[in-house]
Design a protein around this ligand. Structure first.
Ligand code: ROI
Length: 170
């Protein structure tokens, strides 16, 4: 079994329920279990600014699936959320990025791990640090070092994780 980290993002069609449903779907994947889910973070769009803010989160998954099999499962979940691949960097109902797969580095035509944008994206690094603070990123070094160089900016927790699950304020 390997620990994989998945980045979740949504800025269309009720992003909060897109992400909460996606956590459940990740938890139900064959051959693994959901280890942790970060808080939900609101983030300004990277890319074209004339789109809604995003909700972002990160999940830790223990998995027996090989990287490409896991990627196929993530894409099937995206498809079930009516993800339509429109303009590059445009708005989306659900984006699931395979950020890390154990300590492996992969450079395949359809899959690059660690995810190429990981090291500079606040909406990935902060939720990742919440659930895996001591992590070393293959080829990039300590997560804490990357975090120290990454502005938090307008990133805000909108729903805090309790017992490893996002939890709406009472
Ligand atoms: N911007 C933010 N803030 N969060 C995302 O998840 C996200 N995903 C994307 C692009 C369009 C690059 N911008 C994003 O794919």
């Amino acid at each position: 079994m390997v620990t994989a980290y998945i980045g979740l993002g949504s800025n269309l069609a009720d992003p909060r329920s897109q992400l909460l449903t996606a956590f459940d779907e990740l938890a139900r994947l064959a051959n693994g279990r959901l280890l942790a889910a970060s808080s939900l973070y609101r983030s300004a769009p990277l890319g074209p600014a004339e789109q809604p803010d995003y909700l972002n989160a990160v999940a830790a998954l223990e998995t027996g699936l090989a990287p490409l099999a896991l990627l196929a499962e993530l894409q099937a979940i995206e498809a079930a959320h009516q993800r339509v691949r429109g303009e590059r960097w445009g708005p989306r109902t659900l984006d699931l990025d395979l950020l890390l797969y154990g300590d492996q580095r992969l450079d395949l035509p359809t899959l690059k791990v660690p995810h190429p944008g990981l090291y500079e994206r606040n909406f990935v690094l902060y939720p990742l640090a919440e659930i895996a603070p001591g992590l070393a990123i293959p080829g990039l070094g300590a997560l804490g070092e990357l975090l120290a160089r990454c502005e938090r900016g307008s990133l805000a927790v909108v729903e805090k994780a309790i017992h490893g699950r996002p939890h709406a304020p009472d």
